[in-house]
Ligand binder design. Structure first.
Ligand code: NAG
Ligand code: NAG
Ligand code: NAG
Ligand code: NAG
Ligand code: NAG
Ligand code: NAG
Length: 334
């Protein structure tokens, strides 16, 4: 070993006690993750701003697998999968709320009456919040049991999803057009592109915004919140996020091209514009957050591979923490 390196060793722990950067992980391919990337680009990794740099990791590695990650963001269903093993998980805010739709084709004899979905083959992105929406819609609005319809899981490179026309062979919109499925649900833009693939006059669209919407949430651990260096960075990020969400809500024209770029999915600005109304950028923690998670967890727990029952309401409540948001609000807007 080099003597010089050896002499450095005792001080190394002092040099790297805590990462100076804030690290955020999310799947940037999803529209609802893009405000995080824009927040980092505009406020953190911008030479003319005073913020310390931040790092974005594209993916959804969990907070315990990679301790460098300070904030994870994704659909609330991930929280429900992680929470039983991690009592220290804390949901801090929503990045976006996303409304889903079921698109069916008239050539399968489906009408605007939801009960006409009985006996039909419905393409889904399995084990996702969009499948949960379909399950709830069919149960609560159409009055159908899981035995009354068939979910057909999307397959192939993108699990049957489509980002740009023409939708490739084997994607869910393509299967709908070929009559191999009768209806589908997925996240955008797949649903919108399915309507365009079969033609608006052929499409029957089912939607119910009060029933369920995905909460794309941002979460961390209690240990990160207790850390005197990391906590203020998290609070600051919540303030930055609120600022970016305002642009997404009120001046989306300004960011559509960047959003399309960030997703890297090939989605066009025109398509983004068409689906924009299905996403809400209010942020914060909606009043029904705990109830929504509690209800959805009953569905998650039906998955026998998980080998668990539903969590109690108290347990779910312990994972939703409004304190960081309140602190950010006390500091006022940026
Ligand atoms: C960088 O920050 C400055 C000052 O806040 C702002 O005017 C500018 O638009 C930012 N640049 C980018 C690329 O976001
Ligand atoms: C649609 O309904 C018609 C008339 O009842 C029937 O002949 C046809 O087979 C049905 N098609 C499908 C795909 O269910
Ligand atoms: C659903 O996803 C969770 C989390 O990724 C996984 O643990 C579970 O096994 C999945 N269930 C099915 C049926 O694929
Ligand atoms: C589409 O995929 C199916 C099944 O994989 C295959 O049999 C068919 O040849 C493909 N069609 C085209 C036009 O690529
Ligand atoms: C939407 O769902 C809610 C909750 O189940 C229900 O009360 C309402 O009637 C539904 N509305 C429509 C238009 O289906
Ligand atoms: C989108 O990406 C392309 C190619 O990397 C680049 O030329 C363009 O400036 C980007 N546009 C925006 C608004 O970021």
């Amino acid at each position: 070993m080099y003597p010089k390196l050896l002499s450095l060793l005792p001080i190394l722990p002092l040099l790297t006690p805590i990462s100076a950067t804030l690290t955020i992980a999310a799947r940037s391919m999803l529209i609802e993750a893009t405000p995080l990337v824009i927040a980092i680009q505009d406020y953190y990794n911008n030479a003319s701003s005073s913020f310390a740099p931040a790092t974005f990791i594209n993916g959804l590695p969990d907070l315990w697998q990679n301790p460098q990650i300070d904030l994870d963001a994704g659909a609330e269903v991930h929280v429900l999968h992680d929470a039983p093993h991690h009592p220290d998980l804390r949901v801090l805010t929503t990045v976006a709320e996303v409304f889903y739709r079921i698109v069916a084709t008239r050539s399968s004899n489906i009408t605007s009456d939801p009960t006409s979905l009985r006996g039909k083959r419905i393409g889904v992105r399995s084990n996702s919040t969009s499948e949960y929406f379909a399950y709830r819609y069919l149960r609560d609005v159409a009055g159908l049991n899981p035995g009354d319809y068939t979910f057909v899981p999307g397959s192939g490179a993108n699990s049957g999803l489509c980002y740009t026309l023409p939708c490739a062979n084997g994607t869910l919109p393509d299967l709908l057009k070929k009559g191999e499925i009768d209806a589908l649900t997925a996240y955008e833009p797949t649903t919108e592109l399915a309507i365009q693939t079969i033609g608006e006059d052929q499409a029957v669209v089912f939607r119910n915004d009060s029933l369920y919407r995905e909460l794309s949430v941002m979460y961390t651990t209690q240990a990160k919140l207790d850390d005197p260096v990391i906590r203020p960075k998290i609070i600051q990020f919540l303030r930055v996020l609120a600022k970016v969400q305002e642009v997404f809500a009120k001046e989306p024209k300004k960011i559509w091209e960047r959003v399309a770029n960030i997703t890297g999915s090939g989605v066009s600005v025109k398509t983004l514009e068409e689906v924009w109304g299905l996403t809400r950028w209010t942020g914060g923690l909606p009043e029904d957050t705990v109830d929504l998670l509690w209800e959805e967890d009953k569905w998650v727990a039906l998955d026998e591979t998980l080998g668990r029952g539903p969590m109690t309401r108290e347990r779910i409540e312990s994972h939703v923490y409004g304190g960081a948001l309140a602190e950010a609000e006390r500091l006022g807007p940026l």
